[in-house]
Design a protein around this ligand. Structure first.
Ligand SMILES: Cc1cc2nc3c(=O)[nH]c(=O)nc-3n(C[C@H](O)[C@H](O)[C@H](O)COP(=O)(O)O)c2cc1C
Length: 487
């Protein structure tokens, strides 16, 4: 006699829910207005309906996203509105797991407008890991990230990591389903949406690098794209800037290095009295300093801008050559007054103008070949955000008269140089910044380099993908409003 077949216990499928980030609290007031508490600060979220204020605290444990979808009952509209508002402020994370079960994965948004999307995937679809994706340890967690992704994924079940690792070679979803630890199609779809996985096109078996995206991506090395996205503002949620994270952990290295033990050769003895021998350039180097406050009554003029850009950044000639000998491919060069690694001259200047005599407030590209400014249509709040971001970075009370954003056409450098392309670009930025400092000083203008750049804001202003032509530096410029320095 055959034993009766065992009944399989059906387990509830994993679902995606939105929940508050651990350190965020919600304060619900009697008039149904809600504020979020973040690091001791209160962020007003607005007024909501009675249902939203009654259910707001459920967001601590998490609310399933399917209950908040656009077709959900009208009673859920209020809470749905609250969830979107919290997401817009970057105060939510998203949990994938069975109801009341352990987390399978937790999605931490990295872009301010991230919202989880699950593009449709079928069993025949073939997936592969992006070559920009990486798994690493963060504290006691395992995180899956990519500089291209709108979110990072904390992988809470090691079996899921094993399945994803097998996607180093393309596999169909049908094949993946057979593996122990298959995480379900939803997680795969969320990873495709974040460019951590990509669908391999069977009609284009040209190799994985070109399959992965546009030509601009082909030219990037893994570490360079990661360095660009993580060392700037806009594409990650990590702390950024002068926050002194290691005070109390270890001592600051001294301002001046301790001497080597050898016998010193005193250079003072062999140099003539300094003031007698200082050349005009030597004097200029001494005079140069950073100016962060500008004179509201005396704006910089269009003629000043023309002179400064002409002297520092204008194309001086154009020629073609195979510089490295007969075998190297022919390259077109367009030298400017500052040196550039490999003669690439990949840097472009964009001017955000707040006040300039003879030039309307707005956003402009400097056409270095034509020595002309070309206006670019931008939204006023984004122009304001760019200018105020510079004021914030300088700790200044107001925006600079002009903010120059230095952008790089990355491909001009990475087409030739492996491994060191991005580092060359940053060195070129340093060279250009000093050139701008010196010319501004020579003209009696003030300027200040700015170390943090919001690459997402620049991408929104220009419509250019962050990996094709992106912001790599900034320089505030104007007529100084500071008291002259007493020497
Ligand atoms: C790469 C670089 C980034 C900088 N970033 C900032 C910045 O974000 N905010 C700021 O106020 N000053 C910034 N500065 C200016 C420095 O603070 C300044 O050069 C330094 O304090 C020395 O002062 P001095 O330029 O007046 O000689 C930057 C300078 C450089 C070279």
């Amino acid at each position: 006699m055959r034993a009766p077949a065992k009944k399989k216990r059906r387990t509830a499928p994993a679902e995606l829910s939105a929940r508050l980030i651990a350190h965020v609290t919600l304060e619900v007031r009697a008039d149904h207005s809600i504020a979020a508490g973040v690091s001791g600060q209160s962020v007003g979220l607005g007024k909501f309906n009675a249902d939203a204020s009654a259910r707001a605290q459920e967001l601590r444990a998490g609310l399933p996203l399917r209950s908040l979808a656009s077709g959900a009952p009208a009673t859920d509209q209020g809470i749905s509105h609250l969830v979107r508002r919290l997401a817009g402020h970057g105060l939510l994370e998203y949990r994938l797991g069975r109801p009341r079960g352990v987390d399978q994965a937790v999605i931490e948004p990295q872009l301010p407008d991230y919202w989880p999307q699950t593009p449709k995937l079928g069993d025949a679809d073939v997936l592969a890991l992006s070559r920009f994706a990486y798994l690493r340890r963060r504290g006691n967690d395992l995180v899956l990230e990519s500089p291209r992704a709108g979110a990072l994924f904390k992988i809470c079940d090691a079996k899921i990591a094993v399945v994803l690792a097998t996607l180093s070679a393309p596999q169909s979803i049908k094949q993946l389903r057979r593996q122990d630890g298959f995480p379900g199609v939803d997680l795969l779809a969320l990873l495709v949406d974040c460019h951590i996985l990509f669908k391999v096109d069977p009609a284009r078996p040209s190799g994985l690098r070109p399959d992965e995206g546009d030509a601009g991506l082909v030219l990037w090395d893994f570490h360079d794209l990661l360095f660009h996205a993580r060392s700037t503002q806009g594409r990650h949620a990590n702390p950024l800037g002068g926050v002194y994270p290691y005070v109390g952990v270890m001592a600051l290295p001294p301002a001046v290095r301790s001497s080597w033990p050898g016998k010193k050769i005193d250079l003072g003895e062999v140099s003539a009295a300094e003031t007698e021998t200082l050349s005009p350039l030597g004097k200029l180097l001494r005079e140069r300093h950073s100016t962060r406050v500008f004179d509201e009554q005396r704006p910089i003029t269009l003629a000043d801008v023309a002179r400064l850009l002409g002297a520092t950044a204008r194309v001086q000639a154009k020629f073609k050559s195979g510089l490295d000998g007969d075998d190297s491919p022919q390259v077109e060069f367009a030298p400017r007054p500052y040196p550039s690694g490999g003669g690439s001259w990949e840097l472009e200047l964009y001017l955000a103008v707040d006040t300039c005599d003879g030039l309307p407030r707005g956003f402009y590209h400097y056409d270095a070949d034509a020595h002309a400014l070309v206006p670019i249509d931008v939204r006023a709040p984004e122009l304001d955000a760019l200018l105020m971001g510079a004021a914030f970075a300088m700790g200044a009370p107001a925006a600079p008269q002009i903010l120059i954003t230095v952008a790089a056409r990355f491909g001009r450098v990475s087409w030739k140089y492996s491994s060191l392309a991005y580092s060359l670009i940053l060195k070129d930025v340093g060279v250009l910044l000093q050139t701008l400092y010196l010319m501004a000083t020579d003209m009696g203008l003030g300027g200040c380099a700015i170390g943090s750049t919001d690459i997402e804001l620049f991408a929104r202003l220009t419509g250019l993908p962050f990996h094709v032509e992106g912001a790599v530096g900034q320089f505030a410029l104007g007529r100084s409003g500071e008291e002259p320095r007493s020497e």
